[in-house]
Design a protein around this ligand. Structure first.
Ligand code: MG
Length: 160
């Protein structure tokens, strides 16, 4: 068993799409980034790569590479899943927290967990998505950005 942590943040801007955990959420602002800027999935990718000792998402999918422009981050997670598989590992479980002031994610978090669990081929019970506000403090409190943390455990395929 190995453990990894991931963190990411993206700037919120007027217009554009807000995609979290592969779910498009109706909101007047969207996240800015080279890919679809899915901050939650990026944190999970980094947590898996961290557990593998495999660097980070920027090394695997550089934001200077036009191949990743506008790409669905769920596709990046599929690629990270494949990297883990090549190294002989499967993901055991995912825990995550999205930190944002608005909108409320209560109605979307289960769909996010389903998307992530399907991509990683694990039970939806093994994926947890939580959301917190920043109590109005700082850049998140001012609605300027969204951040996410993720922790994953991975294990060697033979032990599964
Ligand atoms: Mg990112």
């Amino acid at each position: 068993m190995r453990i990894g942590i991931g963190y990411d943040s993206h700037r919120l801007v007027e217009g554009g799409r807000l995609i979290l955990g592969g779910v498009e959420i109706a909101h007047e602002k969207g996240l800015m980034g080279h890919s679809d800027a899915d901050v939650l999935v990026h944190a999970i990718c980094d947590a898996i790569l961290g557990a593998l000792g495999g660097g980070d998402i920027g090394r695997h999918f550089p934001d200077t590479d036009p191949a990743y422009k506008g790409i669905s981050s769920i596709k990046l997670l599929q690629k990270v899943y494949a990297v883990a598989g090549e190294r002989g590992f499967v993901v055991n479980n995912v825990d995550s927290t999205v930190i944002l002031e608005r909108p409320k994610l209560m109605g979307s978090m289960q769909d996010m967990a389903v998307n992530i669990s399907k991509t990683l081929r694990i039970s939806v019970d093994s994926v947890n998505v939580k959301a917190k506000t920043n109590e109005g403090m700082g850049l998140i409190g001012r609605d300027e950005g969204i951040a996410a943390f993720a922790v994953v455990t991975i294990q060697e395929k033979d032990n599964k």
